[in-house]
Design a protein around this ligand. Structure first.
Ligand SMILES: [Ca+2]
Length: 158
């Protein structure tokens, strides 16, 4: 007479192996979707920077210079972004290009309603604008996926 006592059901080790495989597959899927999401955001950022560069070229043709940022310490990103928006908004051709940027990236989250809007990157961080006299072309800097400036994933138009 055969005993089926140990053939029925699954062992704890088998359950752990299945759980580990499911966890591994889930982490691969999450990793891939995060990467694809970041790649699409990077492309969105490239398009935004290209539009801002066109708007800056128009500004330069109209005024003979690029907007110079009011501070030179590169720390007050919010002020830089609002300043860029305000300056580009003053020049009709630049304003037309500025209006082509997605509404989700141009918001007035800081200051009163009548203050200039800020320009954001696709990760939701304010885009930094850097230009001091003598530079060849203004620099637009995104804090990147980690939303922190000065780290390796920062993205610049230069
Ligand atoms: Ca960063």
């Amino acid at each position: 007479m055969k005993s089926y006592k140990y053939k029925r059901g699954v062992t704890l080790v088998e359950i752990l192996v299945v759980v580990a495989i499911i966890a591994l597959l889930a982490s691969i899927v999450i990793g891939l979707s995060t990467r694809i999401n970041n790649q699409s955001k990077e492309r969105c950022l490239e398009c935004t920077c290209a539009l801002l560069e066109c708007a800056l070229q128009e500004y330069c043709e109209y005024t003979g210079k690029f907007p110079e940022q009011p501070e030179k310490n590169f720390t007050n990103v919010l002020v830089h972004s609002e300043y860029l928006y305000k300056e580009l908004h003053l020049i009709p051709e630049s304003r037309k290009i500025l209006e082509k940027i997605a509404d989700s990236l141009v918001k007035n989250e800081y200051g009163a309603a009548d203050t200039p809007a800020e320009i954001y990157d696709p990760w939701g961080t304010v885009l930094d604008y850097r230009y001091v006299a003598g530079d060849n072309f203004p620099e637009l800097v995104s804090a990147g996926p980690d939303k922190i400036f000065g780290t390796a994933d920062d993205i610049s138009n230069r």
